[in-house]
Ligand binder design. Structure first.
Ligand code: DSN
Length: 418
C-alpha cells in the first residue's frame, strides 16, 4: 500500500526523473510556466484528492466535508485578503473554465462580447470561433495599432460604441505592456457594459504591485493560479458582492461538479506564500529581468513587438532573421532554451508557422537569475538563431545552458521567495 512510486511504477518514476532533469537543466522561458514551491507540490499530492465535496462550504452534497470546508474557507479568506476582493471562488479547474463561469454568470447565449483579437495577444476563451466562447456568444475583437503595436483605447471605445457589447474583456496572453483598468472601466460605463479582466498572466505582478490592479474597476476578474502566482495548476474568480451568488452558481453546478479539493488546499498554500513580502520582491525582479532580457535581445538585433516590455514577457518578431516561430522554438530547444512559438500582430503566417516567439522571465526569476544572466541569455538567443545551420554552436550553447542552470538549482533557490 505504501510503496513509493519507483517501486509501484518504475516506468512513470523514470519519466518523472527525466522531467525533473529537464526542468532543472533547461532555461524554462514559456511565460505562463513556473516552478511551484515544495509546499504547494506536497499539498497538490495530498489525501484531499480522495474526497468528493460538490457544493460550497456549509452546503455540500456529500457528508464528511468538515476538513474540506475548513480548507476551502481558508483559501477564500486568504484570496480575499490577497486581492482585496468582495468575493473569491476558488473552485475553477482551469482558466478557460473560470472564463466560462464568468460569462455564464453575466451573459445570455448570443450576447455580444468585445475582447482582444487572439492573433494580437488575446486568448482562445475570449471569443475565438473554435472555442465555446465563440460559439455561444457573438464575439467582436479589438486589435493593437499597426504602427505602435499597442492597444489603442480610442479604437476600443469606437468598437464598443459600434457593437454595444454586454461584456468587455480586458486581458491577454501575449501582450507585453501595461493595462490600465481604470480607462477600461470608463469605456465600459460609456456603453453600459460589464467589465471583466482576465489576469491569468499578470496576476503575480498585480499582487506584487508592479502592474495596475483590476479589482477596483472590474465586475469580475478571472485568473489562473500556476503562472506568475506560482500556485497549483488551476484558477480562481474574484467578483463584486452583487455577483457572488450568480457566480458561485455558474461555477457549480453551472460548469463544474466535484471540486479538486487537493488543488484548493494547494491554492490556499500559494495564497499564503503570495501574502509574504518576498513575493513582492520576486514579482519586481520578474519585470526587471524581462526589461534586461529585452534590452539584451534588441542589442543582439532582434525586433521586439512594441519595442520592449513592461511586464513578464516579450514577443520577438523573427521576420528579419528569416525564421518562423516554430523553427526557432525547435532550434532553441536543442540548445536547452524552452520558448513557445507565437503569432505576432498582423502576422501573415498561420498559428503553426507563425512569425514570433514569446519568451518570459517568471521561471528564470524563481530560480534566482538576475540581470547579468538575462544579458547572457540574450546573447545565447542570437548565437543559436543567427547560426541555425551550425549544430556545433547549438551543442556549445547547450553546455553553457547546463552550466548556468547548475549555478541556479531550482528547488534550492526557490526558498529565497518564501
Ligand atoms: N496556456 C496559456 C498561455 O501559455 O498563455 C494560455 O492558455
Amino acid at each position: 500500500m505504501n510503496r513509493v512510486l519507483s517501486e509501484v511504477d518504475p516506468e512513470v518514476a523514470e519519466i518523472l526523473d527525466g522531467e525533473m532533469d529537464r526542468q532543472q537543466n533547461c532555461l524554462v522561458m514559456i511565460p505562463s510556466e513556473n516552478y511551484a514551491s515544495k509546499a504547494v507540490l506536497q499539498t497538490q499530492g495530498c489525501i484531499m484528492t480522495n474526497k468528493y465535496a460538490e457544493g460550497y462550504p456549509g452546503g455540500r452534497f456529500y457528508n464528511g466535508c468538515k476538513y474540506m470546508d475548513a480548507v476551502e474557507n481558508l483559501a477564500i479568506k486568504r484570496g480575499k485578503e490577497l486581492f482585496g476582493a468582495d468575493h473569491v471562488n476558488v473552485q475553477p479547474h482551469t482558466g478557460t473554465q473560470a472564463n466560462m463561469a464568468a460569462y455564464y454568470a453575466l451573459l445570455e447565449d448570443g450576447d455580444t462580447i468585445l475582447a482582444m483579437n487572439l492573433s494580437h495577444g488575446g486568448h482562445l476563451s475570449h471569443g475565438k470561433q473554435l472555442n465555446f466562447s465563440g460559439k455561444y456568444y457573438n464575439a467582436v475583437f479589438y486589435s493593437v495599432d499597426r504602427e505602435t503595436e499597442l492597444i489603442d483605447l480610442d479604437h476600443v471605445r469606437d468598437m464598443a460604441k459600434k457593437h454595444r457589447p454586454k461584456l468587455i474583456v480586458v486581458g491577454a496572453s501575449a501582450y507585453p505592456r501595461i493595462l490600465d483598468f481604470k480607462d477600461w472601466r470608463e469605456i465600459a460605463d460609456e456603453v453600459g457594459a460589464y467589465l471583466m479582466a482576465d489576469i491569468a498572466h499578470i496576476v503575480g505582478l498585480v499582487i506584487g504591485k508592479v502592474h495596475p490592479d483590476p479589482v477596483p474597476y472590474c465586475d469580475i476578474v478571472t485568473s489562473t493560479t500556476h503562472k506568475t502566482l506560482r500556485g497549483p495548476r488551476g484558477a480562481i474568480i474574484m467578483c463584486r458582492e452583487e455577483y457572488k451568488e450568480n457566480l458561485d452558481r455558474a461555477v457549480f453546478p453551472g460548469v463544474q461538479a466535484g471540486p479538486l479539493m487537493h488543488i484548493i488546499a494547494a491554492k490556499a498554500v500559494s495564497f499564503k506564500e503570495a501574502l509574504e513580502p518576498q513575493f513582492r520582491e520576486y514579482q519586481a525582479q520578474i519585470v526587471v529581468n524581462a526589461k534586461a532580457l529585452s534590452k539584451s535581445l534588441m542589442k543582439e538585433g532582434f525586433r521586439l513587438v512594441s519595442g520592449g516590455t513592461d511586464n513578464h514577457l516579450m514577443l520577438i518578431d523573427l521576420t528579419n532573421k528569416g525564421l518562423t516561430g516554430n523553427v526557432a522554438a525547435d532550434i532553441l530547444e536543442e540548445a536547452g532554451i524552452i520558448v513557445n512559438k507565437n503569432l505576432i500582430p498582423f502576422d501573415e503566417a498561420s498559428a503553426f508557422k507563425c512569425s514570433g516567439i514569446r519568451p518570459g522571465t517568471p521561471a528564470l526569476t524563481a530560480r534566482g537569475m538576475k540581470e547579468p544572466q538575462m544579458e547572457i541569455i540574450g546573447r545565447m538567443f542570437n548565437q543559436v538563431l543567427s547560426n541555425t545551420d551550425d549544430t556545433h554552436i547549438r551543442t556549445q550553447v547547450r553546455e553553457e545552458v547546463r552550466s548556468l542552470c547548475r549555478e541556479f538549482p531550482v528547488y534550492e533557490n526557490l526558498d529565497q521567495w518564501q
